[in-house]
Design a protein around this ligand. Structure first.
Ligand SMILES: Nc1ncnc2c1ncn2[C@@H]1O[C@H](COP(=O)(O)OP(=O)(O)OP(=O)(O)O)[C@@H](O)[C@H]1O
Ligand SMILES: [Mg+2]
Length: 291
């Protein structure tokens, strides 16, 4: 098992600081990297994979700078980029063979591994079909399969669930949980429920900074006492929406049931509610702005 340490990592594009002072250590388990669009997730992951040079800071794997490890580090890695390119006219099998050749995997090993992976991602029956006939979810699954070809000990998946339907999300979660046992899995998403049940650790980014790193239960504890439920007449909703962070809104007879994130009681009839991870996510993202 490996240990990857990021220390004071920064990346600036021209005058845009995309990643700022990120320090974190990853050991085995599933890490859910959460953050809104533009938070810096992809930039951080590309540096983590050694394909983007940091402006400053260091990345060490088992104490050694990854740049110094070169190919040895890449051998440990599997990566599914957010913009994942593939040849539409390739069949699933041909695509995986092609990727295995790019990764310089021995032929015999690759042949067996490809069969295992097609089974793992549930695409055995589609192995001879061209990728252009695949659904978005099938493409994501073939993407996960290619990232796993070399049986990586460090797996990096950038938005692996984008475009998946609910059934495919469940299937995906099961695949990832089975992989996280003895390797590092770093996966980004902006959908909290994708990582809620499978991530041992949550990393939360906002405006390039890592604003939370730790387990889900501690994240929930941060938002404790700041989640409220209240029933209000519909005309009052816009004003409350202006004043507070609303995590959910549900029509309830002639009124509306609101789930409000706030340090103070938002309405006289508001009742405290137990925080869910989604609430904690919103709470932490808005903490600086004083919810
Ligand atoms: N090559 C680049 N040149 C200039 N700016 C960039 C480049 N790559 C990223 N950025 C900027 O850096 C910031 C972080 O982008 P990044 O893609 O890392 O965010 P993200 O969290 O992955 O977002 P998303 O959820 O949309 O994928 C954004 O403001 C983006 O516009
Ligand atoms: Mg991204």
């Amino acid at each position: 098992m490996h240990r990857v340490e990021l220390a004071d990592l920064n990346k600036t594009f021209k005058n845009k600081a995309a990643v700022k002072d990120v320090t974190v250590c990853l050991e085995h388990g599933v890490y859910g990297l959460l953050g809104e669009n533009g938070a810096g997730k992809t930039t951080l992951m590309r540096m983590f994979c050694g394909i983007l040079e940091p402006t400053s800071g260091s990345i060490l794997c088992d104490g050694m700078p990854i740049r110094q490890m070169g190919g040895d580090y890449h051998m440990l890695l599997g990566y599914l980029p957010q913009e994942f390119g593939y040849y539409k006219d390739f069949t699933a099998l041909r695509f995986l063979n092609y990727m295995a050749a790019l990764k310089a995997l021995p032929e015999e090993y690759a042949r067996n591994r490809i069969e295992e992976l097609l089974e793992l991602v549930g695409l055995q029956a589609d192995r001879k079909n061209k990728l252009k006939t695949f659904s978005g979810g099938m493409i994501r699954r073939i993407g996960i399969a290619q990232a796993l070809l070399n049986d990586p000990e460090i797996l990096v998946l950038d938005e692996p669930t984008s475009g998946l339907d609910p059934g495919e999300r469940v299937r995906f979660r099961n695949i990832i949980s089975s992989l996280g046992k003895n390797r590092i899995v770093l996966l980004s998403t902006h959908i909290v429920s994708d990582v809620e049940y499978i991530a041992d650790n949550i990393l939360l980014m906002k405006d390039g900074r890592l604003i939370y790193a730790g387990d889900a239960s501690r994240m929930l504890a941060e938002a404790e006492g700041c989640v409220w439920k209240c029933l209000v007449p519909e005309p009052e909703v816009p004003a409350l929406e202006q004043q507070y962070m609303i995590s959910n809104l549900r029509p309830h007879a002639s009124q509306v049931e609101l789930r409000v994130i706030s340090r103070i009681k938002p309405a006289p009839n508001a009742e405290p509610a137990e925080a869910a991870l989604e609430d904690a996510y919103l709470y932490l993202l808005n903490k600086m702005a004083e919810v």
